[in-house]
Design a protein around this ligand. Sequence first.
Ligand code: UDP
Length: 312
Amino acid sequence: MSGAVLVTGGAGFIGQHLVRALLAQGARVTVLDNLSTGRRAALPDDPNLRVVQGCVTQPPDLGQPELIFNLACPASPVHYQADPIGTWRAAALGTHAMLELARETGARLVQASTSEVYGDPEVSPQAEGYHGHVNPTGPRACYDEGKRAAEALIADYRRVHGLDTRVARIFNTYGPGMAPDDGRVVANFITQALRGEAMTVYGDGRQTRSFCHVRDLVRGLLALGEGEDLGGEIVNLGNPAEITMRALAERISEALGVALKLDLRPAAPDDPRQRRPDITRAKALLGWTPEVALEEGLAATIAHFRAVLAAG
Ligand code: UDP
């Protein structure tokens, strides 16, 4: 990819890795980020990178991108529930603004959607054809329904205006670059254990997630953006290796060589009981499959958090 690329939310956790990969490919990258959860310092100083602080719902002039990666939205439950109206606006109205920009410029749009469109799924693994099981008025709805509204809009812009759009349904992603206050489970467990604290487990800890290393995820996003015949595709991107939160806590304690200490908390409302991607479509369309095993990925993430905490 060597042309002009816009990455909204480019200073966030996934965004920073995507931006570095695009720069390495020779792209000229513009990042639009309101820096609410993202950080400018997460991005390099590079003559081919322009960072614009602004809101995706009312974007300033962003030039003439050929490709838009629309990542702007808080994605950690603690962050997206802290400002639920802002979250819904970023997810739904932000996508509307990016679709309008794509219409004006002729850009291709790659949407960061989410496994949360499946809600608390009644089937496992979740394939793209599953329509989901979402509480439309619960505390997660701002994110889940915002992202679902975005997918509906994208489908209609494609039907009505013929835009070239692609949707990645991103499952739980982790890795170096996560902020210590990220609030998601991998960041919490590692930082708590490194500080000698007990790991906070919500509910009985038997709920499952499937964790994808950010390096694998970015490869998938790039492949989805690059392919010429992928217009209209919706693709799960995630690692199918499923694990309970209790087992995750055990793995992290073992990797750190510390005794397992758990702080059992009440279950979070509407917390999905299980989550595991069916990645048959990603394999077939993109030739994509995750390569980083949890053990290797956790070791790299622990090293990252050790360095961040040591730096204060
Ligand atoms: N979780 C937990 N302790 C924490 C943070 C999260 O037990 O400190 C649980 C949470 O209830 C959920 C799972 O870990 O079942 C994944 O939560 P996360 O916030 O990472 O992402 P989600 O997949 O829910 O968006």
